[in-house]
Design a protein around this ligand. Structure first.
Ligand SMILES: C[S@@+](CC[C@H](N)C(=O)[O-])C[C@H]1O[C@@H](n2cnc3c(N)ncnc32)[C@H](O)[C@@H]1O
Length: 287
């Protein structure tokens, strides 16, 4: 397990995933019914954008830093709420300054959206990351951190007693059987809890996410994608978030958010929101 999210925190992939995550939380907590949230691959919870790992790649500079510095004119509400959550987290570590120093990971953003009585379990397998995550939420009784395999926890905990749930699956894709494990876990999850909302992040390399997207298509997800032009071979040039059972109005919010985000991230960034997963080689449409 070599993956450290600190190298990538706040990059374009995080911007896509975390904007969507904040909006999913908002829509799923609009009803006066308790929600269960499971983050199967939670990471460390918070990241130092001025630290060694982030500085070594500079990925946040082309992601969240660009978005945070952009003029707010016409900013979609979903993006505004995401940026507000990011800025509030950053401010906890110091006064206002140029650029962000700290970036919240998925569990931090989930935490912002939770109401009293909602239940949240964040899993992280890597010992160091799990320790950092435990420290991040020390004393916070609304968050249960488990150093555990997120796929096993997913299988064990679904269906939740609340009968309403959001599952974020955001693996590092560093092992060859990750796709198979993910798909197996998803099938098991859906068998146990068919009405749950599942958000699955996936990389798109060399223009394609291969057989994985064909398998995912069976679950009829809403697919969000961001693609960058001119990325060196072998680097992450595009990614997607497949959302199964999205709440009402989520698609509408993302159709508003993604073009704004893509335009602020720079020329050569394209986006897609698709009710059906794209065929691997198909060009990405602008909507
Ligand atoms: C992409 S990062 C997560 C980023 C986080 N979801 C966010 O958005 O801030 C993936 C994380 O999964 C962890 N991991 C890898 N395999 C795992 C497993 N089977 N169960 C739980 N965590 C795992 C890695 O150590 C890594 O920290």
């Amino acid at each position: 397990m070599n993956y450290r999210h600190g190298y990538h925190a706040g990059n374009f992939a995080d911007v896509l995933k975390h904007t969507a995550l904040c909006e999913l939380l908002r829509l799923l907590t609009a009803k006066d019914k308790k929600l269960f949230v499971l983050d199967t691959h939670a990471g460390a919870g918070g990241y130092d954008l001025a630290g060694d790992l982030a500085r070594r790649t500079g990925e946040a500079d082309a992601g969240i830093q660009r978005l945070a510095a952009a003029p707010r004119a016409g900013m979609p509400e979903a993006v505004g709420r995401y940026l507000a959550a990011v800025a509030a987290y950053d401010r906890k570590f110091g006064p206002d300054r140029d650029g962000l120093r700290r970036y919240p990971g998925s569990p931090r953003l989930v935490r912002v959206g939770l109401r009293a009585g909602d239940r949240f379990i964040a899993c992280e397998l890597h010992p160091d990351e799990a320790l950092a995550l435990k420290r991040e939420f020390a004393g916070d009784r609304a968050v249960e951190v488990r150093q555990a395999d997120g796929y096993k926890v997913l299988k064990a905990l679904l269906p939740p007693v609340e009968r309403r749930g959001l599952v974020l699956i955001d693996p590092p894709f560093e092992v060859t059987d990750e796709y198979e494990r993910l798909l197996r876990a998803l099938r098991q999850g859906l068998r146990r809890f068919a009405t749950g909302c599942y958000a699955v992040w996936y990389p798109i390399k060399d223009g394609t996410a291969g057989a994985f997207v064909r398998e995912m298509a069976a679950f009829k997800p809403l697919v969000l994608e961001l693609r960058l032009d001119g990325v060196a071979p072998g680097k992450l040039a595009a990614c997607g978030l497949a959302v199964i059972n999205p709440p009402w109005r989520f698609e509408e919010a993302m159709r508003e958010a993604l073009p704004w985000i893509a335009a602020r991230l720079g020329p050569g960034v394209s986006w897609a929101v698709d009710a059906a997963i794209a065929t691997p080689a198909a060009p990405v449409s602008a909507g």
